[in-house]
Design a protein around this ligand. Structure first.
Ligand code: DAK
Length: 261
């Protein structure tokens, strides 16, 4: 399938979504968000794909929601569409998909761009990456996770600092704060992200789903509830063929052949 604002392709078992509005620093137009949603849905449904990488250009992952799109919007439109969570708005797929999504971020990840990266399952960042929630400078505020995912990830002090001043943080600060899992040179970003995604895609898919779900449960549960969920999920891996294969392969000193069953 071809799109106007993104490129969607496969690299082996990995789906790759590249945001492709370079002149607008990949500002997330509504059309682009819908295309992202469609591409993610297609990868989610494709049995040959085990993980997804989402990336932008060397200069910008995404400089936020497209301000020109937002400029004319009124309360009632946003409310009735449940923007950005409504099923047609693209974010929906990112929030609900079971296959892991890696954000490979170079350059700017601002506003909705930072929020989209945080909605992914991990962020691998290039040395030139910068993150921020500058909405306050536009007289509005983050609306897709900037006050929630960011605070849970980097803590109240830094989240307040970023959301109230609109300043950007560089990649070192982002890594120190726990927002970014790895920092790599710009030229190596995509290869590294694809390599990590390929590693995940070669694991047992049902177990990958369980791990992702369990980590995400920690955001919405008490520790007791989360530990209970985790132990039940762990028990259920013993109902898979892949768990049997993984342990047999270890004992027999060979690579496991997971069948995603
Ligand atoms: N929207 C539209 N166009 C943008 C853009 C954006 N967010 N960011 C950059 N561009 C465009 C610029 O207009 C310019 O276009 P031309 O003038 O060449 O046509 C081109 O990209 C290059 O930008 P600059 O010339 O400004 O480049 P600089 O290097 O000088 O500056 C910059 C880069 C990123 C610092 C600057 O462009 C900038 O401040 N951009 C705006 C960043 C920003 O404020 N982002 C947050 C947008 S608000 C919601 C959920 C989510 C959201 C909202 C609501 N609800 C649930 C209701 C999300 C909101 C946002 O993300």
């Amino acid at each position: 399938m071809t799109y106007e604002n993104i490129l969607a392709e496969t690299r082996g078992k990995v789906g790759l979504v590249t945001l492709n509005r370079p002149k607008a620093l990949n500002a997330l137009s509504l059309a682009m968000m819908r295309e992202i949603g469609k591409a993610l849905d297609a990868f989610e449904q494709d049995d040959a794909i085990g993980a997804v990488v989402m990336t932008g250009s060397d200069r910008a992952f995404a400089a936020g929601a497209d301000i020109r799109d937002l400029q004319e919007k009124e309360f009632m439109h946003l409310f009735l569409a449940d923007f950005p969570h409504g099923p047609t708005e693209g974010w929906h797929s990112l929030n609900t998909m079971r296959k892991p999504v890696i954000a490979a971020v170079a350059g700017l990840a601002l506003g909705g761009g930072c929020e989209m990266a945080m909605a992914c399952d991990m962020i691998i960042a290039a040395e030139n990456a910068r993150f921020g929630q500058p909405e306050i400078k536009l007289g509005t505020m983050p609306g897709a996770g900037g006050t929630q995912r960011l605070t849970r990830t980097i803590g109240k002090a830094k989240a307040m600092d970023l959301c109230l001043t609109g300043r950007m943080m560089d990649v070192q600060e982002a890594e120190r704060s726990g927002l970014v899992s790895r920092i790599v040179p710009v030229a190596e970003l995509l290869d590294e992200a694809l390599k990590v995604a390929d590693t995940i895609a070669n694991m047992s898919r049902p177990v990958v789903y369980l791990v992702k779900e369990a980590v995400n449960v920690s955001f919405s549960s008490t520790l007791q509830e989360g530990l209970r969920f985790e132990s039940r999920a762990f028990h259920s891996t013993f109902a898979t063929e892949d768990r049997r294969e993984g342990m047999a392969a270890f004992v027999e000193k060979r690579e496991p052949q997971f069948k995603h069953r």
